[in-house]
Write a protein of this length. Sequence first.
Length: 74
Amino acid sequence: MRYYFSKNLDMPFAAAIEHVTKKLAGKGFGILTRIDIQHTMKVKLGVDFKPYMILGACNPHFAWRALQELISEL
C-alpha cells in the first residue's frame, strides 16, 4: 500500500522544499509538520544521512469533510 507521493526534482534540496510547499499552498494545503530526517539521524545517532524531509501536508477543507464522515459512522 502506498500512502505517500514522491517526485524527483532537478533543483537544490532547499529550493525543492520551497517549491513543493508553494505548490501545495496553491492547492489549499498547508504544511503541518516537517520531519528533518538528516538532522534527526545526526542528533540521535551521530550519523550523516542525505538531505531528507518528510512534509505532513493537510487541506483543512478535505480534512473537515473526512472527519465529518468518520464521526457520522460512529
